[in-house]
Design a protein. Structure first.
Length: 213
Protein backbone atom coordinates (compact mmCIF):
# COMPACT_ATOMS: atom_id res chain seq x y z
CA UNK A 1 0.00 0.00 0.00
CA UNK A 2 2.81 2.42 0.80
CA UNK A 3 4.25 1.88 -2.68
CA UNK A 4 0.93 3.13 -4.04
CA UNK A 5 1.19 6.34 -2.03
CA UNK A 6 -1.14 5.29 0.77
CA UNK A 7 -0.11 6.34 4.27
CA UNK A 8 -0.25 3.64 6.96
CA UNK A 9 -0.02 3.38 10.72
CA UNK A 10 0.31 -0.16 12.02
CA UNK A 11 -1.31 -0.85 15.40
CA UNK A 12 -0.07 -3.89 17.35
CA UNK A 13 1.21 -5.55 14.17
CA UNK A 14 4.53 -7.34 13.98
CA UNK A 15 5.51 -6.08 10.55
CA UNK A 16 8.93 -4.79 9.60
CA UNK A 17 7.84 -2.29 6.96
CA UNK A 18 10.42 0.34 6.12
CA UNK A 19 9.18 3.89 6.64
CA UNK A 20 5.91 2.85 8.29
CA UNK A 21 4.69 4.33 11.57
CA UNK A 22 3.89 1.86 14.35
CA UNK A 23 1.99 1.96 17.64
CA UNK A 24 2.50 -0.95 19.98
CA UNK A 25 1.09 -1.77 23.39
CA UNK A 26 3.46 -3.53 25.77
CA UNK A 27 1.37 -6.65 26.40
CA UNK A 28 4.34 -8.49 27.87
CA UNK A 29 4.80 -5.85 30.55
CA UNK A 30 1.04 -5.87 31.19
CA UNK A 31 1.13 -9.60 31.86
CA UNK A 32 4.11 -9.19 34.18
CA UNK A 33 2.26 -6.49 36.10
CA UNK A 34 -0.78 -8.75 36.46
CA UNK A 35 1.20 -11.70 37.81
CA UNK A 36 3.18 -9.47 40.17
CA UNK A 37 -0.05 -7.95 41.49
CA UNK A 38 -1.58 -11.39 42.13
CA UNK A 39 1.64 -12.50 43.84
CA UNK A 40 1.55 -9.44 46.10
CA UNK A 41 -2.03 -10.38 47.00
CA UNK A 42 -0.72 -13.70 48.31
CA UNK A 43 -1.41 -15.93 45.30
CA UNK A 44 1.20 -18.57 44.50
CA UNK A 45 -0.76 -20.86 42.16
CA UNK A 46 -1.73 -18.60 39.26
CA UNK A 47 -3.39 -20.14 36.21
CA UNK A 48 -3.23 -18.77 32.67
CA UNK A 49 -6.31 -18.97 30.41
CA UNK A 50 -6.25 -18.08 26.72
CA UNK A 51 -7.51 -18.82 23.25
CA UNK A 52 -4.82 -20.13 20.92
CA UNK A 53 -1.56 -18.21 20.82
CA UNK A 54 -1.89 -17.43 17.13
CA UNK A 55 -1.15 -13.70 17.32
CA UNK A 56 2.15 -12.17 18.29
CA UNK A 57 0.48 -10.02 20.97
CA UNK A 58 -0.95 -13.16 22.60
CA UNK A 59 2.47 -14.79 22.46
CA UNK A 60 4.01 -11.74 24.12
CA UNK A 61 1.37 -11.86 26.86
CA UNK A 62 2.12 -15.53 27.47
CA UNK A 63 5.85 -14.77 27.55
CA UNK A 64 5.19 -12.12 30.18
CA UNK A 65 3.23 -14.61 32.29
CA UNK A 66 5.97 -17.25 32.07
CA UNK A 67 8.84 -14.87 32.75
CA UNK A 68 7.20 -13.22 35.74
CA UNK A 69 6.19 -16.56 37.28
CA UNK A 70 9.79 -17.74 37.07
CA UNK A 71 11.18 -14.38 38.24
CA UNK A 72 9.04 -14.62 41.37
CA UNK A 73 10.44 -18.08 42.09
CA UNK A 74 7.21 -19.93 41.34
CA UNK A 75 7.11 -23.20 39.39
CA UNK A 76 5.98 -22.91 35.77
CA UNK A 77 3.42 -25.70 36.03
CA UNK A 78 1.73 -26.96 32.85
CA UNK A 79 -1.29 -27.95 34.96
CA UNK A 80 -1.97 -24.24 35.43
CA UNK A 81 -2.01 -23.40 31.71
CA UNK A 82 -5.33 -23.64 29.86
CA UNK A 83 -5.20 -22.79 26.15
CA UNK A 84 -8.14 -23.46 23.85
CA UNK A 85 -7.64 -26.19 21.25
CA UNK A 86 -10.66 -25.17 19.17
CA UNK A 87 -9.34 -24.01 15.78
CA UNK A 88 -12.71 -22.69 14.55
CA UNK A 89 -13.25 -20.57 17.63
CA UNK A 90 -9.68 -19.34 17.37
CA UNK A 91 -10.21 -18.18 13.78
CA UNK A 92 -13.52 -16.50 14.60
CA UNK A 93 -12.15 -14.90 17.77
CA UNK A 94 -15.01 -16.22 19.90
CA UNK A 95 -14.01 -15.67 23.53
CA UNK A 96 -17.49 -16.11 24.98
CA UNK A 97 -17.67 -19.87 24.40
CA UNK A 98 -13.94 -20.52 24.81
CA UNK A 99 -13.91 -19.19 28.37
CA UNK A 100 -16.85 -21.38 29.36
CA UNK A 101 -15.20 -24.50 27.98
CA UNK A 102 -11.92 -23.67 29.69
CA UNK A 103 -13.82 -23.14 32.95
CA UNK A 104 -15.13 -26.71 32.61
CA UNK A 105 -11.59 -27.99 31.97
CA UNK A 106 -10.36 -26.02 34.96
CA UNK A 107 -12.93 -27.66 37.23
CA UNK A 108 -12.70 -31.15 35.75
CA UNK A 109 -8.93 -31.26 36.30
CA UNK A 110 -9.33 -30.16 39.94
CA UNK A 111 -6.93 -27.30 39.34
CA UNK A 112 -5.61 -25.95 42.63
CA UNK A 113 -4.99 -22.40 41.39
CA UNK A 114 -6.14 -19.60 43.67
CA UNK A 115 -6.11 -17.03 40.86
CA UNK A 116 -6.57 -17.00 37.09
CA UNK A 117 -5.05 -14.53 34.65
CA UNK A 118 -7.06 -14.34 31.42
CA UNK A 119 -5.80 -13.30 28.00
CA UNK A 120 -8.54 -10.67 27.69
CA UNK A 121 -11.61 -9.36 29.49
CA UNK A 122 -14.15 -11.21 27.33
CA UNK A 123 -12.38 -14.45 28.18
CA UNK A 124 -12.51 -13.48 31.85
CA UNK A 125 -16.26 -12.79 31.70
CA UNK A 126 -16.95 -16.14 30.08
CA UNK A 127 -14.68 -17.97 32.52
CA UNK A 128 -16.37 -16.31 35.50
CA UNK A 129 -19.81 -17.27 34.22
CA UNK A 130 -18.67 -20.86 33.68
CA UNK A 131 -17.22 -21.05 37.17
CA UNK A 132 -20.37 -19.49 38.63
CA UNK A 133 -22.48 -22.23 37.04
CA UNK A 134 -20.26 -24.75 38.86
CA UNK A 135 -20.92 -23.02 42.19
CA UNK A 136 -17.56 -21.27 42.39
CA UNK A 137 -17.62 -17.83 44.04
CA UNK A 138 -15.46 -15.00 42.77
CA UNK A 139 -13.32 -13.78 44.42
CA UNK A 140 -14.10 -15.77 47.59
CA UNK A 141 -13.15 -19.16 46.08
CA UNK A 142 -10.93 -18.03 43.23
CA UNK A 143 -9.68 -14.71 41.91
CA UNK A 144 -9.93 -13.73 38.24
CA UNK A 145 -8.00 -11.05 36.41
CA UNK A 146 -8.52 -9.79 32.87
CA UNK A 147 -6.60 -7.84 30.25
CA UNK A 148 -7.89 -4.90 28.14
CA UNK A 149 -10.18 -2.94 30.48
CA UNK A 150 -13.10 -2.81 28.06
CA UNK A 151 -16.07 -0.64 29.16
CA UNK A 152 -18.07 -3.59 30.57
CA UNK A 153 -15.23 -4.51 32.95
CA UNK A 154 -16.34 -1.94 35.51
CA UNK A 155 -20.03 -2.94 35.41
CA UNK A 156 -19.56 -6.73 35.49
CA UNK A 157 -20.37 -8.41 38.83
CA UNK A 158 -17.92 -8.58 40.46
CA UNK A 159 -16.21 -5.65 38.74
CA UNK A 160 -13.16 -6.99 36.94
CA UNK A 161 -9.60 -6.23 38.00
CA UNK A 162 -7.67 -5.92 34.76
CA UNK A 163 -4.81 -4.37 32.81
CA UNK A 164 -5.84 -1.22 30.97
CA UNK A 165 -5.09 -1.18 27.25
CA UNK A 166 -5.22 2.43 25.98
CA UNK A 167 -7.55 1.85 23.02
CA UNK A 168 -8.84 5.42 22.83
CA UNK A 169 -5.37 6.88 23.15
CA UNK A 170 -4.08 4.48 20.48
CA UNK A 171 -6.79 5.52 18.00
CA UNK A 172 -6.21 9.20 18.68
CA UNK A 173 -2.45 8.89 18.23
CA UNK A 174 -2.89 6.84 15.05
CA UNK A 175 -5.14 9.56 13.57
CA UNK A 176 -2.65 12.29 14.47
CA UNK A 177 0.23 10.29 12.99
CA UNK A 178 -1.72 9.72 9.77
CA UNK A 179 -2.54 13.40 9.44
CA UNK A 180 1.07 14.33 10.05
CA UNK A 181 2.26 11.73 7.55
CA UNK A 182 -0.15 12.95 4.85
CA UNK A 183 0.92 16.56 5.42
CA UNK A 184 4.58 15.57 5.09
CA UNK A 185 3.83 13.67 1.89
CA UNK A 186 2.01 16.69 0.47
CA UNK A 187 5.03 18.86 1.25
CA UNK A 188 7.40 16.38 -0.32
CA UNK A 189 8.95 15.42 3.01
CA UNK A 190 8.91 11.75 3.99
CA UNK A 191 9.93 12.31 7.62
CA UNK A 192 11.35 9.69 9.94
CA UNK A 193 9.12 6.71 10.85
CA UNK A 194 7.66 6.84 14.35
CA UNK A 195 7.54 3.83 16.63
CA UNK A 196 5.53 4.22 19.84
CA UNK A 197 5.26 1.65 22.63
CA UNK A 198 2.36 2.52 24.95
CA UNK A 199 2.59 1.43 28.56
CA UNK A 200 -0.06 -0.49 30.52
CA UNK A 201 -1.47 0.25 33.92
CA UNK A 202 -3.41 -1.89 36.36
CA UNK A 203 -7.02 -1.18 37.28
CA UNK A 204 -7.93 -2.66 40.65
CA UNK A 205 -11.59 -3.55 41.19
CA UNK A 206 -13.35 -6.44 42.97
CA UNK A 207 -12.49 -9.77 41.28
CA UNK A 208 -9.22 -10.46 43.16
CA UNK A 209 -9.12 -11.58 46.78
CA UNK A 210 -6.26 -10.50 49.02
CA UNK A 211 -5.05 -13.72 50.68
CA UNK A 212 -2.82 -11.73 53.03
CA UNK A 213 -5.81 -10.47 55.01
Amino acid sequence: MMKQGVSEVHIDKHFDVQGCDNIHFDTKLGAQMAIRYLYEKGHRRIAFVSNQLSRWTRKRTYEGYCEEVKRLGLPLDERLIFISEDIEEMEQGICETVGGKLAARFMDTNCDATAVFCMNDMMAFSLMQGLHRRGVRIPEDISVMGFDDIPHAASFIPALTTIHCPSYETGRLAALMLIDRMQNDANGSTGLPINMNLQPHLVERESVRDLNL
